[in-house]
Design a protein around this ligand. Structure first.
Ligand code: PGA
Length: 249
């Protein structure tokens, strides 16, 4: 039985004070731990303060990306070790905004996944097709390519530490959610691919999250699908009440 995961990706939102106030309210809402693992991903500047606000709670914290090296002359970048030190347990890797706006390739995403694992962070590895690719019937091919290249050289043990997030690019921030059936079809495809490459045990343990316009109104139907083990939530994670409602489903 996979513990469902609800992760909130704040993107470039919230100053330190707002982030800490959110963390305190979220913590108060889950004085009794929910059945689902709850993760929030604040921007870098708020990580340390949010970790302090969450200390001793059941809520985990992710960074939104990391650099592939441990340290060095990489102006503006942040390493996995630094994120651990700031209190992160998880890190989002390969989000479609990183791929499309910041030119991250499958190769660099693979190096980032490995850097995260070396630093002791659990990666939330994001994959998903564009609208053009879906309409051209290329979804399976695109997903397979992203899995193959992103997970290149990872072992079944490594996969056991990863979370995968399927986020169709056309559903992110657009209000157009994939239907539960559309999402389930791709989640099933991902799990079967993992089973073929890494064995059934790894596939059965793997949490596969859906992301793309998840809200309190559609979360329950998505999460009821057999291969959807949680959600990566953007817009609806910025408001504590709506995020609590998504978690509560
Ligand atoms: P959204 O973002 O929920 O605002 O569509 C999801 C994501 O980008 O992870």
């Amino acid at each position: 039985m996979i513990q469902p995961v609800i992760a909130g990706n704040w993107k470039m939102n919230k100053h330190i004070g707002e982030a800490v106030a959110f963390a305190r309210r979220l913590r108060a809402a889950f004085a009794t731990p929910p059945a689902r693992e709850v993760i929030i991903a604040p921007p870098f500047t708020a990580l340390h303060a949010v970790a302090e606000a969450l200390r001793g709670s059941c809520i985990r914290m992710a960074a939104q990306t990391l650099h592939e090296a441990e340290k060095g002359a990489f102006t503006g970048e942040i390493s996995g070790g630094m994120l651990r030190e700031a209190g992160c347990t998880h890190v989002i890797v390969g989000h479609s905004e990183r791929r499309t706006l910041f030119g991250e390739s499958d190769g660099s995403i693979n190096r980032k996944l490995r850097a995260a694992l070396i630093a002791g962070l659990q990666p939330i590895f994001c994959i998903g097709e564009s609208l053009r690719q879906r309409e051209a019937g290329e979804t399976p091919k695109v997903i397979e390519g992203q899995l193959k290249e992103g997970l290149n050289n990872l072992t079944a043990d490594d996969i056991g530490l990863c979370i995968i997030a399927y986020e169709p690019v056309w559903a992110i921030g657009t209000g157009k959610t994939a239907s539960p059936e559309q999402a389930q079809e791709v989640h099933r495809f991902i799990r079967e691919w993992i089973a073929r490459q890494y064995g059934g045990a790894a596939a059965e343990r793997l949490a596969i999250l859906y992301g793309g316009s998840v809200t309190p109104a559609n979360a329950a139907a998505l999460l009821a699908q057999p291969d959807i083990n949680g959600a990566l939530v953007g817009g609806a994670s910025l408001d504590v009440d709506s995020f609590v409602q998504v978690i509560g489903h």
